[in-house]
Design a protein around this ligand. Structure first.
Ligand SMILES: NC(=O)c1ccc[n+]([C@@H]2O[C@H](COP(=O)([O-])OP(=O)(O)OC[C@H]3O[C@@H](n4cnc5c(N)ncnc54)[C@H](O)[C@@H]3O)[C@@H](O)[C@H]2O)c1
Ligand SMILES: [Zn+2]
Length: 1030
């Protein structure tokens, strides 16, 4: 594609959108030709004018030099930022246009992001009842979103975008060259809208986004240090395709909406929940960033409702995060930027109540059923409880409603080790394979991207009618081609090790004679030398580019493995062995792989690799004469038509245990006696002796539990062969008749947490006798009626296995059981709760205890005085009274205090002493009460207290000595409603909204507690909603 090509997109029946690169000369010419006028007025902001205004000026001058009566070109430059979307700014521009004798034939050019576009568009809409205007968007967000559709607006004190008009621009010129100066964060912000559109509308676009992520992020990070400008040439064609694609969707929807009510709601995908986050996290977190968080929650909601698969949710989340967007409000960057502001589920749900799309009190959300597919061609009605479940961190588990004769098939996510091997073997095969039940993780993504980059195979996702995601791999029989771009593998150890061996197969290309494998900082510290030594000894040419012994590696292409005898020290990692085994058939002659230095670690993984190679047509023979030695013939992998990735056997223990504990039946259709995973023995070796009926064939397992309450204890059981399953076993033991001692699991003390201690502690909370041993756990069984249920719930230690075990346990407890921090299951089974709810009919409720979540509760017993800050009208007095009531403190408004002290009303003080005098007095009062009343008081400060650095420092110092400052925030609309009726106070000079934007960071900085003020709450509810923020 040439850079001069131009795309035209039609909207509302006119080809008015023009997309291209370096468009200024062409667009100026087109404007002069198609929108003739005596005057052109360009509006932009100071950031953009520095970089782009000059070229407009000079092009206009150049192109009109010859004309007899050249039109005038004027420009108006405003400060950057949302503050410029104001009435004042609009008036100033209009007045300036009058002074410059603009008339009805004047053409306005809006050069900028959404702020400039919205505000100048509104000027154009009303100036002399409407003049022609042209949008020249300069941010990615403006290119794909705000410049299209004709919505123009300004912000007013009552809220954002509340005054405006529909006014279609005559032309929209999207010049991709403008993006070369855009800051990285703004670029990422705009990507959120592009990704959003691809998700609900266009799977192919989404696949391109998945494929090109590295290229994009690399291009946008790679700035000229002197100018800050990025070189877009490497990504221009794909960037252009994405922008055009996204514009087309928006243009189509906007055009169609006139006839089809509701379709336009689709554009709000991710926004229903995203806006709720935005209400709390703005202005520190940008719109697109909040939309990213909203998308994740909205797709989790669809999964919870049984509409979307685990792997699709994983795909979406991964893409957002790969482009640098936050995927949760707990994201460290979001937390840092907002000083740890909390986003409690109840508050989010309440903010959502005022969404314009709602049907009465029912909330509407766009529900995704697959990439590019939605449940309805509009937003669907969703119950509050379901939304709350998705937003809340904790869950209450109730008894299941499942009948005893229920028989439930469950397919847990694919095994990670099998997935990685299957992917590589399929790629190395000669021909196509369908991989089913693949686990999507960072490892798989890195592996796929790398193989595709080296032209080793092509990949395509499809979804079956039953909603299963299938990966079609077109293998090229081990033919790889060197690529000039580095192959980036993140922190994926498996991909790095496997690929180091496989890349020795690569042939040089016209542009690259070697391949560089690299990773993130952590990966660059992880060892790889035993493998590199073995490969180098066999003909490969490999150099360490940084620290010896670790990535990055430079592997020379065309230096294939010779074959013959390879010796490898395999006492550190079995991944080296697997890597060599899988690469060996493509060596020039058969390989004899001898593992030296003692017993190899993790023999099970070596066996797994060998068994899987056999499934792909290559038989490895164990040497009959030499210990730990394997013979690998040369040959080409032959692909099976379909390869089903076995589910993770550790994950499978939870549904099987559920059947055992509830007396129902569960089938795992893809794990059986032939499984190579250690935990696959759980059904036969643990559940059967406990009294379950286990039916197992080579590839499936069915467990039926005995009547509830009749599980048998096992005496002593050595769980060394399946250590990860001990947590599942121990919750079953708690319901068994008698005592069981589990041994051989000492390694479980150093997993995500000390699991032995965690299980003992949490079981004990229910009154179960559970004793720790150095290498195990002893559990005495109890009956359901003997159990007591802890109010504080089950702590999960950020350990997925603790959470999943206790969810099974809770299903057999008659009372509701609270399980904390349920999201930790996402490490291995993100959809576990959804399976529990839908398949096992366990009723779940979202729960959140904010005081606990913050780590530091608002202490109602603290006798110290409390200061309340926040905008006027936020409800400081109202809230202050209630807090004082609950704490038994005395309430005092500092403005009242000042008035009483001076005998003057505040407006009078300001009239007499000016604002400076008033602020000094305000500070004096603050100092005075802090000294005089360190205890027993609640003080509400004036809204402007944070305006002076002295007062801000005083508040920080107060907090530094353990004092409490609560920042009360309220919907700005509500604030202004209140201010409107409150005529007793002076009106600020600047508009309230601008004041709030300025003060917001100071409020956050000068407080250690936060309260999002929602009307109509009891004093206790108010106090319980106060959250710790630092
Ligand atoms: N009208 C609509 O349909 C619609 C849709 C979505 C958003 N919006 C509005 O859009 C606004 C947000 O727009 P935005 O995200 O584009 O933010 P923005 O206009 O504030 O621009 C973001 C920042 O990037 C700078 N910038 C812009 N282009 C640049 C460039 N090429 N090089 C260097 N710096 C550049 C700006 O000066 C600014 O500091 C909001 O007011 C929102 O309400 C409107
Ligand atoms: Zn948006």
């Amino acid at each position: 594609m040439t850079t001069t090509a131009i795309d035209r997109v039609s909207i509302l029946g006119s080809d008015s959108i023009v997309v291209g690169y370096d468009l200024v000369p062409a667009l100026v010419a087109e404007i002069l030709r198609d929108l003739p006028s005596s005057k052109y007025v360009l509006v932009t902001d100071t950031n953009i004018s520095k970089m782009h205004l000059e070229s407009f000026k000079s092009t206009f001058a150049k192109l009109t030099r010859e004309s007899e009566d050249p039109p005038r070109f004027l420009s108006y430059v405003v400060p950057p930022g949302e503050g410029s979307k104001s009435r004042e700014m609009k008036a100033a521009i209009e007045d300036w246009m009058f002074v410059n004798q603009c008339t009805r034939d004047t053409v306005l050019l809006a050069l900028g992001g959404g702020v400039i576009g919205d505000m100048s568009g509104y000027v154009a809409a009303t100036f002399m009842r409407g003049i022609r205007y042209v949008q020249i968007p300069t941010t990615l967000l403006a290119m794909v979103d705000s410049s299209i559709g004709g919505k123009t607006a300004i912000d007013v004190p009552y809220g954002k975008n509340l005054v405006g008009a529909f006014w279609q621009p005559t032309r929209i010129f999207v010049d991709l060259a403008m993006l070369e100066t855009l800051p990285e964060r703004e670029f990422i912000n705009g990507m959120a809208e592009i990704i959003k559109t691809a998700i609900f509308w266009d799977e192919e676009e989404f696949i391109r986004l998945e494929r090109d992520v590295e290229k994009f992020t690399a291009a946008f990070r790679n700035r000229d240090p002197a100018t800050g400008i990025v070189d877009l040439s490497s990504i221009l064609p794909i960037l252009r395709a994405l922008v055009v694609g996204s514009i087309k969707v928006k243009a189509f929807v906007v055009t169609a909406d006139e006839r089809e009510g509701g379709l336009r709601n689709l554009l709000n995908f991710g926004h229903s929940i995203g806006h709720a986050y935005e209400a709390i996290l703005t202005p520190e977190i940008l719109h697109g960033e909040c939309v990213a968080i909203g998308i994740v929650k909205e797709v989790e909601l669809a999964r919870y409702l049984g509409l979307l698969s685990d792997s699709t949710v994983a795909r979406i989340t991964r893409v957002l995060s790969a482009y640098g967007l936050p995927i949760s409000a707990q994201d460290p960057v979001v937390q840092k930027r907002t000083s740890g502001r909390l986003t409690p589920a109840d508050q989010l749900v309440k903010v959502m109540t005022v969404d314009k799309k709602n049907a009465g009190s029912k909330k509407r959300i766009v529900l995704l059923t697959g990439i590019g597919k939605t449940l309805e061609k509009k937003a669907s009605v969703v119950a509050d409880d379901d939304i709350k479940f998705v937003l809340a961190p904790d869950v209450i588990v109730n008894m299941p409603a499942l009948p005893a004769d229920a028989s439930v098939p469950v397919t847990p996510p694919g095994s990670k080790s099998i997935t990685n091997r299957a992917l590589l073997l399929a790629a190395l095969s000669d021909g196509p394979t369908k991989l089913v039940n693949l686990l999507r993780s960072d490892d798989t993504e890195h592996m796929m991207t790398a193989i595709a980059q080296l032209s080793g195979a092509t990949f395509g996702w499809t979804t079956t009618e039953t909603g299963e995601d299938v990966l079609e791999v077109n293998g090229r029989g081990g033919k790889l081609v060197a690529s000039e771009l580095d192959v980036y593998l993140g922190n994926s150890g498996t991909s790095s090790r496997f690929l180091a061996a496989i890349v020795t197969l690569a042939e040089p290309s016209a542009t690259a004679a070697s391949v560089v494998l690299t990773g993130n900082k952590r990966m660059k510290e992880r060892p790889i030398s035993p493998l590199v030594d073995a490969l180098s000894g066999n003909g490969a040419q490999i150099a360490y580019l940084e620290a010896p012994g670790s990535l990055p590696l430079k592997i020379t292409a065309g230096k294939n493995l010779r074959g013959g005898r390879i010796e490898l020290a395999a006492t550190v990692s079995s991944q080296y062995v697997s890597a060599l085994l899988m690469a060996a058939p493509y060596a020039k002659s058969p390989v004899t792989l001898a593992l030296v230095g003692g017993k190899p670690v993790s023999q099970a993984y070596i066996d797994m690799t060998i068994a899987m190679m056999a499934s792909f047509g290559v038989t490895v023979i164990k040497s009959a004469t030499e210990e730990h030695t394997y013979e690998i013939p040369t040959g080409v992998y032959t692909p099976p038509t379909t390869y089903i990735v076995e589910s993770d056997a550790s994950s499978a223990t939870y549904p099987l245990a559920f059947a055992a504990i509830t007396g129902t039946t569960c089938t795992i259709p893809n794990i059986g006696s032939s499984s190579l995973q250690g935990d696959a023995k759980f059904a036969v070796d643990v559940l059967r002796p406990m009294g379950c009926t286990v039916v197992q064939d080579a590839t499936s397992t069915t467990v039926t539990g005995p009547a509830q309450g009749t599980l048998k204890a096992l005496g002593t059981i050595d769980m060394e062969p399946m250590t990860d399953a001990f947590l599942t076993a121990s919750v079953l033991m708690a319901f068994a008749s008698g005592t069981t001692r589990i041994t051989g699991i000492a390694n479980q003390r150093v997993k995500e947490c000390d699991r032995i201690s965690a299980m003992a502690t949490e079981l004990s909370k229910f009154g179960v006798i559970a004793l720790e041993h150095p290498d195990g756990l002893e559990v005495r069984g109890a009956t359901a009626s003997e159990l007591c249920v802890p109010h504080e719930g089950v702590k999960t230690y950020d350990d997925h296995r603790v959470a999943m075990s206790f969810s099974v346990f809770a299903s057999a407890v008659p009372q509701p059981v609270l399980v904390r921090d349920r999201h930790c299951v996402e490490k291995t089974w993100p959809g576990w709760w959804d399976v529990l709810r839908r398949k096992f009919e366990v009723s779940l409720e979202g729960y959140e205890d904010i005081s606990r979540q913050s780590g530091k509760a608002f202490d109602t017993a603290n006798p110290g005085s409390i200061f309340i800050i926040g905008m006027r009208g936020a409800g400081k007095t109202y809230v202050g009274h209630l807090i004082a009531k609950v704490l038994g403190h005395k309430f005092q408004d500092l403005d009242d205090y000042l008035e009483a002290k001076t005998g003057k009303k505040i407006p009078q003080i300001i009239a007499d002493e000016d604002w400076t005098g008033f602020r000094a007095r305000e500070l004096g009062v603050l100092n005075e009460v802090m000294e005089k009343y360190p205890r027993g008081h609640v003080f509400a400060c004036g809204g402007g207290i944070v305006e002076t650095p002295e007062a801000r420092n005083r508040l920080k110092e107060f907090m530094g000595h353990g004092g409490t400052v609560v920042y009360v925030h309220r919907d700005l609309e509500k604030v202004l409603e209140h201010l409107n009726v409150d005529e007793t106070r002076p009106v600020y000079g600047a508009d309230h909204f601008t004041a709030w934007r300025r003060r917001q960071p100071w409020f956050a900085d000068c407080s250690n507690y936060f309260l999002y003020n929602i009307d109509a709450r009891t004093p206790e509810e108010i106090v319980n909603s106060i959250t710790y923020t630092i």
